[in-house]
Structure formats: structure tokens, C-alpha cells
Ligand binder design. Structure first.
Ligand SMILES: Cc1ncc(COP(=O)(O)O)c(C=O)c1O
Length: 395
């Protein structure tokens, strides 16, 4: 055997996720593995459900992490709520709305699409018109924070529209949870999924979900069996449901759940509103620096995500060469554009633990140095100063 242990390089993760993991979470994950039905573990699971209710701002009883990444949270919502023949209104303004469409089709449903430009939020007027034209639809699905473009949609208004047309709401909050205001119960979102690797700054691989009582009723009254055995909530709840006896469903990812528990404790210690404000303050400083450099944002200011900054790549600049130099020379990862935006934008994440002043200055300084060295037509030497000024104004 010539193979050795794998030691990853130490990077600063300022892409679209995963974000830098808080060392406290890594330490929690290294604690001894115990059985997933051990009373001590079960006690931790109950705490985790409360902590998730706080993070989501939800009172829903069915709140738990799915043992798989955000995509599995997405599938959990669709496979449980969509039956063959259902019409589902799906909003698409980036990559992830497209995956929702796929999910509806694979469940035997018919997606009715509401399309918006990549970089724009979901347009409530279009949604209302489609809901009116499709009175037989019973579900509206949208992405709250579109990671592929950095656009934030008005989840509260979309939910209001859906309910006034007797639709339940599926909302993707993978990138918004912990980073942008999200109030699941107050806004009446019915089936919500998220991820651990963005603003919770945990390791990737788990997907917190929360379901309203109305959504649970729909799942219980289904005629057709849920097509996925692993994601069938009727079965998963035998393990995650409260109260009675817990039965084996699958072997829970014990140490990953220690990590999520710690991430949620950290969020509770900071306070949700303070975390949202921190994401905003650091975004404003990064924005001041990027704009001073001459870079422009893809998304209009009133629907911009603080945790995902999408900027246009200056004309004539080689996207991949810049990202490679940032990685090699500064150990800094920023994200590339996806789909039609590939080669046209960079996505700079300021998520969770990675949303801090040090990272704002590192990113601006490194980008400035690399772009100036490559002869890009930017305003050089001013970005870091502009961010520092924004910090001093934030106090
Ligand atoms: C908005 C959104 N939805 C869903 C996903 C899928 O999550 P995962 O990659 O954890 O499966 C992502 C991942 O980046 C995302 O950004």
C-alpha cells in the first residue's frame, strides 16, 4: 500500500457553498460515535428539532434534517406532495427552479412554469396570472434564494398568493436559511427544505425540512404510495417523529448530526436577527469594494442576496484563469457562473462563518491584485479602502 491519509489544503471558501466550516463544528463531529437509537442520541435529536424550529422560525411539529444533501430535501417535498396527474406551478429564475420542474415530472405531475430572467426575482404578477389560469393546481413551488444568480424572491407575498388560490407552497431555502430573513410559520410556507453547507456553515450532506400541518395532512391522505422508500415521510417519521417508540428506518449519520446540532447552537448563541444583520453588513462592505473597483452586480439592489454576490466579469478577462490564480496564490475559492451565466459572472459567497470582515478584505485585495496583474481595466488599489470605510460606517 502506498496510499496515505488525505489532508486537504486550507482554503477560504467564498463560493456558492460549501462555506468555511466553523472549527467548533468540526470538533463536535469528532466526538465518539454512539448508536442512533441510544437514549443520549435521541435526546440530542429532540433538541435539534427545537433548534431547527428556531432557525426556520417555524412552529411545525414535522421539522427535522433529512439524511442527505439539499437535493434530497427538495425531493422529499416533491415526492411526498405531488401525485401522478397533479398540476404544479413552478417558478424558474435560475438553475434550481429547473430542478423543481424535473422533480414534478418524475413524480408524474405536470409542471406549469412561471419563467423569469436569470438574475431577476420571481415576479408575483406572473405567478398570480398563472394561478388564476390554473384553478386545478394545488401546489406552488419557488426558490427563495436562487444561488445560481444571487436573487432573493418575496416568499411572503408568493405564499399569500398561493394560499388565496388554495395552493400549498414548497419553498427552497437552501441559501437563505440563517443568512436572510425567513419566517416559515408567519409567512405560511408549507413544505420547506434547506441545506447545511451554506449560511449554517456546517459540512455538506444534510437537509433540514419543515412541513405545515396542512402539508402533513396531504401526505397522509395520498392515494398513491410515495415513490421513494427512503424519502417517504410516513416511514421517516417512525424514527424522527416525537413521543412514541422510535424504530429503525436507516442508520442516521450520527457524527454529521452532532455537527448540525453544534451549528444550530452557534446560530442560537449569535441570535438569528444578528446573523442576518452580519450577512448584510459584510455584503455592503464587499459591494462598496467591488463597485469601487468598477465591477457591477447582476441583480438589482432591492432583490440582492447578501450571502451570494454575483458580479459581471469585466470584458476580456479570462474567468477560469482568475479563479485558478485566486485558488493557487491566495487559497481563495470564489464561484463560477452556471448555465447561461458560465464565463460571464463570478459568484462570491459570504455565507455563515465565512461572512466576516477578514474575508471581505482578503477577497477584495486578492481580486484587485490578480485583475491588476492581468491588465484588466479596473480601478486598482481602491477596493479595500472602500470596504474599510463601509465597515466604519456600519460601526
Ligand atoms: C438553491 C439551492 N437549492 C438546492 C441545492 C441543492 O443542494 P445540495 O447541493 O446540497 O444537494 C442547492 C445547492 O447549491 C441550492 O443552492
Amino acid at each position: 500500500m502506498t496510499h496515505k491519509s488525505f489532508h486537504p489544503p486550507a482554503r477560504t471558501l467564498m463560493g456558492p457553498g460549501p462555506s468555511d466550516v466553523n472549527p467548533r463544528i468540526l470538533e463536535a463531529m469528532s466526538r465518539p460515535t454512539i448508536g442512533h437509537l441510544d437514549p443520549a442520541f435521541v435526546g440530542m435529536m429532540e433538541e435539534m428539532k427545537d433548534l431547527l424550529r428556531y432557525a426556520f422560525q417555524t412552529e411545525y411539529a414535522l421539522t427535522m434534517p433529512v439524511s442527505a444533501p439539499g437535493s434530497a430535501g427538495m425531493e422529499t417535498c416533491f415526492v411526498n406532495l405531488v401525485q401522478p396527474g397533479d398540476r404544479v406551478v413552478v417558478c424558474q429564475n435560475g438553475v434550481f427552479g429547473g430542478r423543481m420542474k424535473e422533480n414534478v415530472e418524475r413524480c408524474g405531475g405536470t409542471p406549469v412554469m412561471v419563467e423569469d430572467a436569470w438574475g431577476a426575482p420571481v415576479d408575483p404578477h406572473k405567478v398570480e396570472a398563472v394561478l388564476k389560469a390554473n384553478p386545478d393546481a394545488h401546489l406552488l413551488a419557488f426558490v427563495h434564494a436562487e444561488t445560481s444568480t444571487g436573487a432573493l424572491s418575496d416568499a411572503r407575498l408568493l405564499a399569500e398568493l398561493a394560499h388565496s388560490h388554495d395552493c400549498l407552497v414548497i419553498a427552497d431555502t437552501v441559501t437563505s436559511l440563517g443568512g436572510s430573513p425567513l419566517r416559515v410559520s408567519e409567512w405560511g410556507l408549507d413544505a420547506v427544505y434547506s441545506g447545511t453547507q451554506k449560511c449554517l456553515s456546517c459540512t455538506p450532506g444534510l437537509s433540514p425540512v419543515t412541513f405545515s400541518e396542512r402539508a402533513v395532512e396531504v401526505v397522509k391522505k395520498r392515494n398513491a404510495k410515495v415513490q421513494s422508500w427512503f424519502l417517504d415521510l410516513n416511514l421517516v417519521l417512525g424514527y424522527w417523529g416525537g413521543g412514541g417508540k422510535r424504530t429503525y428506518h436507516h442508520t442516521a449519520p450520527v457524527n454529521a448530526l452532532y455537527g448540525l446540532h453544534e451549528a444550530l447552537v452557534i446560530l442560537e448563541e449569535e441570535g438569528l436577527e444578528k446573523a442576518w444583520q452580519r450577512h448584510l453588513d459584510n455584503h455592503l462592505a464587499l459591494r462598496a469594494g467591488l463597485e469601487a473597483m468598477g465591477l457591477s452586480f447582476v441583480v438589482a439592489a432591492d432583490s440582492r442576496l447578501p450571502q451570494l454576490n454575483a458580479v459581471s466579469i469585466p470584458a476580456g478577462v479570462d474567468d477560469a484563469a482568475v479563479r485558478t490564480r485566486l485558488l493557487q496564490e491566495y487559497n481563495l475559492e470564489i464561484g463560477a457562473g452556471l448555465g447561461p451565466m458560465a464565463g460571464k459572472i463570478w459568484r462570491i459567497g459570504l455565507m455563515g462563518y465565512a461572512s466576516n470582515r477578514t474575508n471581505v478584505l482578503l477577497c477584495l485585495g486578492a481580486l484587485d491584485a490578480v485583475l491588476a496583474d492581468m491588465g484588466a481595466g479596473i480601478e486598482t488599489g481602491v477596493a479595500v479602502g472602500a470596504a474599510m470605510k463601509a465597515f466604519s460606517q456600519a460601526g
